[in-house]
Design a binder for this molecule. Sequence first.
Ligand code: DX5
Ligand code: ZN
Length: 248
Amino acid sequence: MKSADWVRSLVGETPVILPSLLAADFANLVSEVRRLEAAGAKVLHIDVMDGHFVPNISIGVPVVESLRKITNLKLDVHLMITNPEKFIVPFQKAGADSILFHVEVVPEPRDLLRKIRDLGVAPGLVSNPTTPVEKLLPWVDDADIILTMSVQPGFGGQKLNPEVFDKIRTLRKHIRPDTLLSIDGGVNEKTIAACAQAGVQLFVAGTGVFDADDYTQRMADLKKLATREPHHQHSDDVLFNTLPAGIS
Ligand code: DX5
Ligand code: ZN
C-alpha cells in the first residue's frame, strides 16, 4: 500500500513548482514529461474536468494511468468534477499520489478526505476564489494540501486574482505547520513572488511554465522568484498592473 507521507517531505523543499499539464502539448506528452523531469520537476499537476462543475472537459483516468507508466514524478490530481466521491478509487488505482477535490461540491468533506488518506493518497481540499475561508476552516486538519484557486477554474491562461491572498494568509494562521498551501491559476514570473509572500508553498503553473522555450530555465526562475525576500512591500496594484514583463 502506498503512503500519503510523501507530501510531508515537500515541506522542507518549498517553494515547489508544479507544472500543470493542461498547458502541455497533449500530442507529445512523453517528451513534455521528460523535459519537465530534466527541468527538476518533482510533482505534476493534472486537471480533471467534467464539463459540469466547470465549463470544459480535459484529462481523465486513462491518461493518469498512462502517465503513471512513464514517470515516477508525483501526480497531483485536481478534480474539477461534481461527484468526486465516485472517482477517488479509480484515480488512486490509476496512480494518483494526491487527490484534491472542491469544497463547493462536498461542503462536509471530512469523510472523503479520510477515505483518500486511507487509500494511501495525500488528500487535498480546493476552493474557488470567491468561496469564503470559513467554509474551509472546519476541515483543514484532514487535508495535507489546501489549494486556493486564483482564477475561476476551467481554463488555463487566465489572470491571477490577488484578492485570494487574504484567504491564503488566513489559512496559514489556522492550519498545521506541515499542511501545504497551494495556489492554482495565473501563476507566472510576474505574480509568483506575491503568492509566496502571502504564504503559498506549492505553485501550480500551466502557461507560466509551458510558454517558455526552456523549461529548466523557467522552473529555476520561478523557484528563485518564489524564494526571494521582497526588498520592499509592493501593493497588489503595483504587482499586478504595472510591472513590466520579464521582471527579474
Ligand atoms: C484551471 C486549472 C489550472 C490551470 C492553470 O482551471 O485548474 O491548473 O492549468 O493554468 P495557468 O497556470 O495557465 O493559469
Ligand atoms: Zn488545477
